[in-house]
Design a protein. Structure first.
Length: 215
């Protein structure tokens, strides 16, 4: 397998099992074009990922992609944001130092006069450790193992089946885990109800992420 390089011709950093130390009350922000090319990164983004502004501009956003991330999660992400859907994804990122940091992302869409999406603005916040350790990390490890053995199509089929069993889609799962964590309930995946009462929970769902991202 060839080593990944960035646009400067440098190898991507070697991951180390240490978390980035950062102010988790802050919001990481970036703006990209339709292809995921970085056009703007705020100061928190620069501080957390360890790259300078000039190293980030015009780079693909996957400059910070961690090899622990299953590709199918990014497929789900892109399938949704290309449609302009409300999407919240949990991602493990790779800093320039090789350290990792987990974030949950909220997307905003900039449109032209005809209503076509022209830019993506992403806001990222830290994810509660219990959500990562108890739920997301085990699922992602399983998906990554399937991808490495059988490819992304197989991991996508597994993810679809996993979510169907819970009666949720990916965004609903992430939302429920975050809300339950806030309530200090933190149920296991097996305890997530199959039949979510979407209409009753919609206001709670919107309210949670509005508070979480400070909208």
């Amino acid at each position: 397998m060839s080593e990944e390089v960035n646009n400067f011709g440098n190898k991507k950093p070697t991951p180390i099992d240490k978390e980035v130390s950062w102010d988790k009350t802050q919001t990481i922000m970036s703006k990209t074009d339709l292809y995921g090319t970085i056009e703007y990164a705020n100061e928190t983004f620069v501080d957390v990922c360890g790259y300078e502004d000039y190293e980030l501009m015009a780079q693909p956003h996957n400059i910070i992609r961690h090899p622990d991330m299953p590709k199918v999660v990014f497929k789900v992400l892109w399938d949704n944001i290309k449609q302009g859907n409300k999407f919240h994804g949990i991602v493990k990122n790779l800093a320039k130092s090789g350290r990792y940091y987990w974030v949950i992302t909220d997307f905003e869409y900039l449109r032209d006069a005809d209503g076509n999406i022209v830019n993506y603005i992403a806001r990222r916040k830290s994810v509660p450790q219990a959500v990562i350790t108890n739920h997301i990390e085990p699922l992602y490890k399983r998906l990554l193992q399937i991808e490495q053995a059988s490819g992304i199509d197989a991991s996508e089929k597994y993810l679809i089946g996993f979510l169907e069993e819970k009666g949720l889609n990916y965004v609903d799962l992430v939302t429920k885990l975050m809300i339950d964590n806030e309530k200090l309930q933190q149920p296991s995946f097996e305890e997530v109800k199959q039949n979510v009462e979407y209409e009753e929970e919609e206001e709670e769902r919107r309210g949670f992420f509005s508070r979480f991202f400070g909208n």
